[in-house]
Design a protein around this ligand. Structure first.
Ligand code: CMC
Length: 427
């Protein structure tokens, strides 16, 4: 017998179905609540609200578990590349060698952007944030590719998906080249997905550029760890925007904007700025931790805390190890890494952080790696976006398969009751 929940409202009792997920999560299904009772639920930041049933990513925040399509993140990080992971998220299965080759070929085929894109960047100030450029450029793909806009046509969707995965690194690297006044580099399709991105970021037409395999693997790993994270702010944005049946490019552009925020993907830039400020201003790690705890100071310990993880963030564990490996292999001595370790040690022993279950999240060490491989801070979040793209796409596609109504939350109105308008002379 399926489990039921009873809701008592005044003298009435109604029964609601309890849905059980494949990992035992239980949810009260309130789809018919309003039609049966006239009531709605109120949950402003959705901490208690499931917006969908999904088979893409599983997180157990209490146990620190993250799995894509059933595979543990640590195992994927060890055994797969980012493109294999992207295929897994989007297609629901790990690819065979043949399937992966075909996928990779199709991505390679689409890496170039229209030549007129150069003009698009020229219209932006040199200090335009890459996330603004990426989101605008991503939305504008809809104007260049009118043949891949229909979200209900599988062939158009497939082409749109491959175009987006292929072009986002090109778009992001051009934002950087524009900012520093260097020529845009055409993609080099002999390189891997990540190698090509590094080439477009750091090569110039004047000098030979060799992709460093240590850096290439580190970035591939970071992309895998960022590839999906179920119904976070940007993913929920992509789903709700997509539910209007707007095209994929516009939906992803909205997700890029959501990711930009300092409480979301923007935190990786925030971490490095925080570490640099500590290093430059000579503040001690202890003083900074005290500041982050103070009610009179709005600073937070950036890279700490997570809405879902209340034990540890499994991505942070992997990234911390990768951070030490990469820096050692590159022979980089990082003052910022020393400060990060000190902050982490202090916070993990501090009652304020312990009581609130605040642990290092995915962004705490990723910025140190980006920094060590020569990436400017402003590009960190754009790189997170490249990593998160397959997840957004998979979630967008799943939403189209399962959700047939436009996403449209309700509200509890708390404003003025009806009143009449006074003319301007009466006011
Ligand atoms: N430093 C100091 N205090 C914090 C922090 C922090 N990093 N994070 C949360 N708190 C405190 C917060 O002040 C509140 O205290 P109190 O109960 O006394 O008012 C309590 O912990 C709960 O915080 P919250 O903001 O209600 O928790 P949330 O689950 O809504 O927020 C979060 C999660 C990630 C937005 C938040 O922890 C935060 O702002 N962290 C810093 C930014 C960051 O690192 N973001 C990256 C998240 S992971 C990658 C991603 O999602 O893109």
């Amino acid at each position: 017998m399926a489990e039921k929940a009873e809701l008592r409202i005044g003298g009435d009792v109604i029964e609601l179905d309890v849905i059980v997920g494949t990992e035992g999560e239980r949810a009260i299904n309130i789809e018919e609540l309003r039609s049966k009772t006239g009531l709605i639920t109120l949950d402003p930041s959705y901490a208690n609200t499931g917006s969908c049933e999904s088979s893409i990513t599983f997180i157990d925040g209490e146990k620190g578990i993250l799995r894509y399509r059933g595979y543990d993140i640590a195992e994927l990080a060890e055994k797969c590349t980012f493109l294999e992971t992207a295929y897994l998220l989007i297609e629901g299965k790990l690819p065979t060698r043949e399937e992966l080759d075909k996928f990779r070929e199709s991505i390679r085929y689409h890496t170039m952007v229209h030549e007129d894109f150069r003009l698009f960047y020229r219209a932006m100030p040199k200090d335009a944030h890459p996330m603004a450029a990426c989101s605008a450029a991503c939305a504008s793909l809809a104007t260049f590719y009118p043949d891949s806009l229909d979200p209900r046509d599988p062939r158009e969707v497939e082409v749109g998906v491959h175009r987006l995965i292929a072009k986002l690194p090109t778009i992001a690297s051009y934002a950087y080249k524009h900012a520093i006044g260097q020529p845009f580099m055409y993609p080099d399709n002999r390189l891997s997905y990540v190698g090509n991105f590094l080439h477009m970021m750091f090569a110039t037409p004047c000098e030979p550029y060799e992709v460093d395999p240590v850096v290439e693997r580190a970035l591939d790993l970071l992309f895998i760890l960022h590839a999906d994270h179920e119904q976070n702010c940007s993913t929920s944005t992509v789903r709700i925007v997509g539910s209007s049946h707007v095209n994929l490019f516009a939906s992803i552009s909205a997700g890029i904007n959501a990711l930009w925020g300092p409480r979301h993907g923007g935190a990786n830039q925030g971490v490095i700025e925080m570490l640099q400020a500590i290093a430059e201003e000579g503040i001690t790690a202890k003083d900074f931790v005290d500041r982050a705890k103070s009610r009179n100071d709005t600073s937070r310990l950036v890279g700490f805390g997570h809405r879902v993880y209340k034990n540890f963030d499994p991505r942070a564990k992997i990234i911390k190890k990768a951070c030490f490996d990469v820096l050692a292999r590159l022979g980089v001595n990082s003052k910022l890494l020393e400060i990060a370790v000190e902050l982490e040690e202090l916070a993990l022993k501090d009652d304020y952080f312990v009581e609130r279950k605040l642990y290092p999240n995915v962004d705490f060490y990723s910025g140190v790696i980006y920094n060590a491989i020569g990436t400017p801070e402003s590009m960190f979040t754009a790189m997170f976006a490249i990593g998160r793209l397959p997840g957004w796409i998979a979630q967008w596609a799943e939403m189209h398969d399962h959700q047939h109504k436009i996403g449209r939350p309700r509200q509890v109105y708390q404003g003025a009751n009806e009143r009449s308008v006074q003319t301007i002379d009466e006011r």
